[in-house]
Design a binder for this molecule. Structure first.
Ligand code: SF4
Length: 489
């Protein structure tokens, strides 16, 4: 059998948690796929490996295009977009969180499509199904033939087995069997459907576009197409959009919401609105909290670009220490070196970031970053700053120590690879060889996202499992594979 083409993840970017996926859908616009392409372009930060669009036209039926690489390189060409006519379309950008990790094959690229007796349906999923292995075993034993290695395909097979009459009812049926995190955008010939899991771990918002509607992972996707933000889809809510408007229902057992707190810290775009709050302002507030909790005497506050920037501004405003762009990021790095030679690989972080020597020389520098994952990048940045003549280097981190993997749609290294899983804060400081290293506390982070009293230990208001080890949904598949949960205190 011929080998399937594969696309490799950016080889220089393995020291960040990686979000996952972006989803987008449009109903009630001529050539809806063009709007979906723009929406996906705005959501590109949520996944850069591959993207896909499915559209339906009353005469031409369902059509799809799935491609590796950036949206702008694939879904701007007339030859691709003219194959996707019709007033309903959905799309997906992905970074693989399940399936063939880091080495995507085209059959894992969403949206997935299925033909049912009552018509076709396509789905795009953001999140991760934590009981996918068990579901896949059961479905395969009962005769389902999977096309991909993605957990999301389980939803289509569960829909195929449902005895319900309509596709939205079959989706409800299927999603009741699914555990974990899911925001889903789906479509039939005439309907656009949006669903969030009962905890609302991953985001999904509704927008109004002329006479039609749009669904997007984030509000920045609505902005680019000129859609007005209507509201967030609520945790556990399903909306079905037709020519008659939006119908809402709550098909799951109600639970306390546990939105992903890391969306505020890092994943979402700073110009998006989450939970009624500007992500940029939240990040600035995180920087202020960080400065209050962990002050230090220094000459400059510099962000590790780009994600550390708003928190560094907040730190500077709170501490009164001047803000400076001490590190410059090469915005055009992209995938210039898809198969780098060993020599180029060794240059590592220098290919992406460069120190602004004139600013740094002789200074005591505070570096603000969003997180420390493996610590490899932090070490290299520290070396670059010292090479440039800095007198002292102090790291301030805009999230608590990341000590646990995420199983809800974010790519995290195995637990042993997380620096904070095996070292105390002081050990990490020594390992990074910096003058000081401090993280925001979990309570401080909660305060910054608007919870004035901090984290409620009985009923945490957010998912924060990657910091606390308290998983709101049991990661069944991973426990089967040997993952050990934190012992009860
Ligand atoms: S474990 Fe962390 S990254 Fe994953 S959903 Fe929870 S807060 Fe977000």
């Amino acid at each position: 059998m011929a080998q399937e083409p594969v696309f490799r993840a950016d080889p220089f970017d393995n020291d960040k948690l990686k979000e996952e996926c972006g989803i987008f859908g449009v109903h009630g616009q001529q050539d809806a796929a063009n709007f979906v392409a723009l929406g996906l372009h705005a959501l590109q930060h949520r996944g850069q490996e591959a993207g896909g669009i499915v559209a339906h036209h009353p005469e031409h039926g369902f059509n799809n295009a799935r491609r590796f690489g950036y949206v702008r390189d694939n879904f701007t060409s007339h030859s691709v977009m003219e194959t996707l006519p019709g007033p309903v379309a959905i799309g997906h950008v992905r970074y693989s969180t399940a399936g063939s990790k880091g080495q995507t094959s085209i059959r894992d690229v969403q949206p997935f499509f299925g033909e049912f007796s009552m018509g076709g349906a396509a789905i795009a999923h953001n999140g991760n199904i934590t009981n996918a292995d068990a579901l896949r075993r059961e479905l395969t034993e009962r005769g389902s033939i999977f096309q991909s290695s993605s957990d999301s395909e389980c939803i289509l097979h569960l829909m195929a087995r449902s005895l319900q009459r309509t596709i939205p009812e079959r989706m409800e049926d299927a999603l009741r069997r699914v555990e974990g995190a899911f925001s889903v955008v789906a479509m039939t010939r005439t309907k656009l459907i949006g669903v969030r899991d009962p905890l609302g771990v991953r985001p999904l918002v509704l927008g109004k576009l002329g006479d039609g509607y749009a669904l997007s992972s984030e509000t920045c996707g609505l902005d680019i197409i000129g859609a007005a933000f209507v509201r967030e889809i609520k945790p556990g809510e399903m909306v079905v959009i037709t020519d008659n408007g939006v119908e809402s229902s709550y098909p799951f057992r109600p639970q306390r919401p546990r939105f992903c707190i890391f969306e505020h810290v890092y994943f979402s775009r700073p110009d998006s609105i989450l939970g009624g709050r500007s992500v940029y302002e939240t990040r600035e507030a995180i920087g202020r909290e960080l400065a209050k909790e962990n002050p230090v005497e220094a000459d400059l506050v510099c962000p590790v670009p780009d994600s550390g920037t708003p928190a560094a501004i907040g730190f500077s405003l709170e501490s009164g220490i001047p803000y400076a762009m001490g590190i410059i990021r090469n915005q055009y790095m992209g995938r210039t070196f898809i198969e780098p030679t060993e020599q180029i690989r060794n240059m590592g972080v220098r290919l992406k970031l460069n120190v602004n020597r004139a600013l740094i020389k002789g200074k005591r520098v505070i570096l603000v970053d969003d997180s420390v994952v493996r610590g490899t990048t932090s070490r290299k940045i520290k070396e670059m700053i010292l090479d440039a003549g800095a007198k002292e280097v102090h790291f301030r981190i805009a999230s608590p120590p990341t000590a646990w993997p995420c199983f809800y749609g974010v790519d995290t290294p195995q637990r042993e690879k997380l620096l904070a899983a095996t070292m105390s804060e002081e050990e990490m400081r020594q390992h990074l060889e910096v003058d000081s290293l401090k993280f925001i506390s979990l309570d401080g982070l909660y305060r910054a996202v608007g919870e004035a009293k901090g984290r409620d230990p009985q009923h945490p208001q957010y998912c924060d499992a990657c910091f606390s080890g308290e998983y709101p949904v049991k990661p069944t598949d991973m426990i089967e594979k040997g993952f050990e949960m934190k012992a009860a205190e």
